[in-house]
Design a binder for this molecule. Sequence first.
Ligand SMILES: Cc1cc2nc3c(=O)[nH]c(=O)nc-3n(C[C@H](O)[C@H](O)[C@H](O)COP(=O)(O)OP(=O)(O)OC[C@H]3O[C@@H](n4cnc5c(N)ncnc54)[C@H](O)[C@@H]3O)c2cc1C
Length: 400
Amino acid sequence: MNFRDVFNLNYIYIIAMIKENKVLKYDVLIIGAGPAGCACALELRNAGLKVALVDKASFPRDKVCGDAIPGRAIKTLKQIDPGFEIAFKNFHKKYETKKTTLYYKKKAITFNWVRTAYTCTRMEFDNFLLGLVRENTSTDIYTNTLPYNFIKTDDGFSVIIKNSATIFNTKILIGADGAQSAIAKQLTNKKLDRDHHVGSVRAYFSNVSGIEDTTEIYFDREFLPSYLWVFPLPGNIVNVGFGMLSGEIAKRRINIKKAFYDFIDNTPELKLKFKNAKQLSDLEGFGLPLGSKVNRLSGANFMLTGDAASLIDPISGDGIGNAMLSGKLAAEQTVSCFKQADFTAVFMKKYDQSLLQIIGEELNTHYRAQRILSKMPLLLDILFLACKNQTLNKIVRKKL
Ligand SMILES: Cc1cc2nc3c(=O)[nH]c(=O)nc-3n(C[C@H](O)[C@H](O)[C@H](O)COP(=O)(O)OP(=O)(O)OC[C@H]3O[C@@H](n4cnc5c(N)ncnc54)[C@H](O)[C@@H]3O)c2cc1C
């Protein structure tokens, strides 16, 4: 603790005494009830620890996303408990997709997936996950609660809540508070790095023709390796979005909202499909912190998970799977900390290691692919050409 923290803490406790504040004590405090935070709470369900899950939003709540649920998210649910995977398979608000079609320069390649893939609005998916936490764990859930100050103490953290008399004391703090993580900013001094961050926009549409059970990706030479996605959802609704590296947006002074509508207008296949489309929501912007460089993931008494730790795939933009995996691994590390009575930064590093062991190489490879594609867009032409040839087509599909 430095002088400022000691001063803050004493000040807070004096004010707490005057106001007769409530101090709640937990073994584990998870901030953020998205996929990372919920996976963490689920994995801790039998650990015998006192756990709280805190979110600033009221649920169900939306989260700007493409709504494609990656295989790793389902796999992680299954690893936590096979019953949770079954619950998701029985969840009727998701949508099953069987194919992905890539479009580029009026050509299309379709991939039929061996396993069924899923889309689900984040409003529904995240509420489903929080429902699992409610039904299967003894976690104390605090929604509509905004923690904003995380003060290191000798025994963990004191967490101060905005407009509330409550103070949370915890031995372990899990940062699962998303792309603009206050915890990552305060505890690791994290700053936005435009070369490893995507700026994106998304809106929902109805009456887009010819989508059915296919997720669609549209490339445009001008924006490579970025793409526009059209993902089907239940009820004849589609999720449409577009994102670019924030560094490129700034360098080329691109108006991303305008680029989104221009993309649809200038792509003949899209123009046709959107002829009778109705936009159902505002075009909303949000950032994707990419896992294309290694960030600090932990320290004494704390770990960062999901977007707070910047774990999004630099090629696909998938982040839900890595968020859930990191939440699960942070829970496993938490259990080890209590078993060994070791909460030091050195011991916490085991979490960084186990996470990077599983996803480090994959993130690295995808980052290299992203860089190569942005420098040599001709490669995409070659890929589409190769897919016209039967033998090469088989090789390319196997490699993808
Ligand atoms: C446009 C776009 C499209 C995307 N498409 C896909 C896709 O199709 N598939 C995919 O896998 N990934 C996609 N992603 C990435 C994905 O959305 C994230 O990786 C994923 O949501 C990360 O989960 P998380 O739990 O770490 O954070 P989040 O889902 O952001 O959850 C964080 C939670 O913390 C809460 N919170 C934030 N700050 C605080 C605070 N101070 N105190 C308390 N609570 C707080 C929030 O209310 C929220 O509930 C996309 C992202 C964007 C922006």
